[in-house]
Design a binder for this molecule. Structure first.
Ligand SMILES: [Zn+2]
Length: 285
């Protein structure tokens, strides 16, 4: 189609996916509305993808910079994390690539239309539905990535060690050497425990060499490591990070998750600017 959206060929893509252009000047979507006056829209392509999977109706907002397609894949699965969208939009307009955000009326989890059925578990967390739980969703999101395109997952969380659910591990204690690649120079928001990067891989942390850890640590950002196990093309907990870590690719796709406190787009953008100096990302631009 004219907007440059190319979905990977896959049997599940035989299911109907509605692709519609979206005008950011008039779209009712609050994430887009917050940036309505930005002149950068003139060079961006915007579309929505809508499809049903089991009892769930998915809407993805896809924003592409056609002039800089080699930039990162920016992914915002949680529609209640506005600062994550804002940081991703800033990342897209600064570094190019493609932003994909799940639109869900400002809510985090999808609710089932009919109270049961296939697709993700109930309620549906859009970052737990990759792999066998959501094959169409999974294929659609991954099909929007270019081969070799590095990915950035953007999230925000509540202050403190409880975080906002999920793994319950969205907190960086620099003394937690079993899990955290700690930065010796973390300061300000980067030292609040809620502002951090997360990477996943198959190897134990002691043997792992995830991309960009050195860059992030040198810039004051703690990096949490999650060891993921499972057969190739399993999906771990169904998050994009787990799915990509277990994907049967060599080398694995570069993926870094970024977390800041709810509302703190500035810290998330600061981490993006740092991450883009990492060779695995700088090479994509
Ligand atoms: Zn999130």
């Amino acid at each position: 189609m004219a907007l440059g959206l190319v979905l990977a060929t896959s049997p599940v893509n035989a299911a109907p996916i509605d692709r519609s252009p979206l005008d950011p000047a008039t779209a009712a979507n609050p994430d887009l509305a917050r940036h309505r006056g930005d002149p950068v829209w003139a060079r961006l392509s915007v579309a929505t993808l809508r499809f049903a999977e089991g009892d769930y109706s998915w809407t993805l907002i896809v924003i592409t910079d056609p002039a800089r397609p080699a930039g990162p894949f920016w992914f915002v699965p949680h529609d209640d994390e506005d600062a994550a969208f804002d940081a991703g939009f800033q990342g897209l307009t600064t570094y190019g690539g493609r932003l994909v955000a799940v639109a869900n009326g400002g809510r985090r989890a999808l609710s089932a239309a009919h109270g049961g059925g296939a697709g993700c578990v109930h309620p549906c967390d859009p970052n737990r539905d990759f792999g066998p739980r959501g094959p169409l969703y999974s294929a659609t999101v991954l099909g929007l990535m270019a081969p070799g395109q590095p990915a950035v997952g953007l999230h925000t969380n509540a202050p403190g060690s409880v975080g906002h659910g999920g793994r319950g591990s969205i907190f960086a204690d620099p003394a937690d050497v079993a899990r955290i690649f700690a930065s010796p120079t973390a300061a300000g928001a980067f030292a609040n425990g809620d502002t951090m990067a997360i990477v996943a891989g198959r190897a134990p942390k002691a043997l792992a060499h995830p991309p960009c850890v050195d860059t992030l640590n040198a810039g004051g950002v703690h990096v949490a490591y999650e060891q993921v196990s499972g057969p190739p093309d399993a999906s771990g907990d169904g998050s994009l990070s787990n799915h990509l870590a277990l994907e049967d690719r060599d080398p694995p796709r570069t993926y870094v998750g970024l977390e800041a406190r709810h509302g703190d787009a500035a810290s998330e953008i600061a981490m993006i600017d740092l991450l883009m100096t990492c060779p695995a990302f700088a090479a994509s631009r």
